[in-house]
Design a protein around this ligand. Structure first.
Ligand SMILES: Cc1ncc(COP(=O)(O)O)c(C=O)c1O
Length: 341
């Protein structure tokens, strides 16, 4: 039965779905995945995920495509990033095979929640890894739970591909150069909430981070990577404190495929003056083009878009990458897992 959801009206919230899937790590082994319709988890009050932040997550999407098939984008990359995160905060690693099996299964089981292509909405897959051992000493858990749930999410751009304004925050750091910024752990997001709230209060779409050590180089745009375009070159920050975005990695490849040059290096704040186009990139929006970036404390405004609209190269990159995701452009790098559902 079709769920009673107005696909055109959903946002990026949480809509419960029929099933989720779980595997348990005990005595050094992951269990066979278990399917459940229970939307809650039962945990010890002393579980390490609650006290010491032993939690990691991922985010990827399954899309209903014009050819009727369902495509999941680069799930092996999400598995690899979750493995890196697990090593980074000393948790049990989930193999790519288990990650893949569970992702496919959870999408199949909740197939009635995959939004139709025309709505622009998609099915967001949220893998979650938590330390569950009961202990009050600060040390890694022995036992872990790995689960995946799905929820339909709306298109990022309700009124079409459009630009946003960002605000440089100098009084907060999301992560330290040798800290956990490169991992997808909840603590980084807790550290960003106040800055994000402040940016919203001041009428900006999102906060924009400089490197924590020198406050000189560009790091990230909220929960998205940054890129700038100049002289047919795609330029993106090299930093140890940003999350290695899979969308950014894909855009770099698409840029090369389109004949652009790619530079991954430190980007001084002042270089913002020179970009012809810039954007934030991530799973949620693919590309969110940037109109301007204000450094309120310095009293400087970097106007990037000349007419308030997305630039031609960002549009080209967006169309090519979303075309691959929806199966309307050839998937020459083998990025999609294609399901007949
Ligand atoms: C902090 C942060 N940076 C960047 C990204 C973009 O990464 P991806 O393209 O893999 O979604 C995300 C979202 O996952 C994020 O949370």
């Amino acid at each position: 039965m079709e769920p009673q959801i107005e696909w055109n009206k959903i946002g990026f919230g949480y809509i419960p779905t029929d099933y989720n899937i779980r595997s348990y790590y005990h005595n050094g082994k992951w269990s066979e995945p278990e399917v459940t319709d229970d939307l809650n988890i039962s945990l010890s009050i002393a579980a390490t995920c609650l006290h010491y932040g032993q939690e990691a997550f991922e985010g990827l999407k399954a899309r209903r495509c014009p050819d009727g098939k369902v495509r999941i984008f680069r799930l092996e990359e999400n598995a690899a990033r979750m493995q890196a995160t697990a090593r980074g905060i000393v948790m049990a690693e989930v193999s790519t095979e288990l990650f893949r099996e569970m992702a496919i299964k959870v999408v199949e089981l909740n197939k009635r929640f995959i939004p139709p292509y025309e709505s622009g909405a998609s099915l967001y897959i949220r893998p979650l890894l938590i330390g569950t051992s009961a202990q009050v000493g600060v040390s890694p858990a022995e036992d872990y739970t790995f689960l995946m749930f799905v929820t339909p999410v709306g298109p990022y751009f309700k009124g079409g591909f459009a630009t946003n304004n960002y605000m440089i925050v100098r009084q907060f750091d999301r992560s330290a150069p040798l800290g956990t910024g490169r991992y997808k752990v909840g603590g980084n997001y807790a550290a960003s909430l106040l800055a994000n709230h402040m940016a919203h209060e001041q009428g900006y779409a999102c906060e924009f981070y400089l490197d924590a050590k020198e406050k000189k180089y560009i790091d990230e745009c909220g929960a998205a990577n940054f890129f700038g375009i100049r002289d047919n070159t795609y330029i993106t920050p090299k930093s140890t404190s940003i999350l290695p975005s899979i969308t950014n990695k894909s855009l770099q490849q698409v840029a090369l495929d389109l004949g652009l040059r790619v530079e991954c290096r430190q980007i001084p704040e002042e270089e913002l003056l020179t970009f012809e186009e810039a954007g934030a990139c991530g799973t949620a929006a693919v590309i969110s083009p940037i109109n301007k970036i204000d450094d309120v404390e310095k009293g400087v405004s970097y106007q990037i878009s000349k007419d308030g609209k997305p630039g031609p190269i960002s549009t080209l990159l967006y169309n090519r990458l979303t075309g691959i995701m929806y199966g309307t452009e050839p998937d020459i790098h083998g990025w999609n897992t294609v399901l007949d559902l």
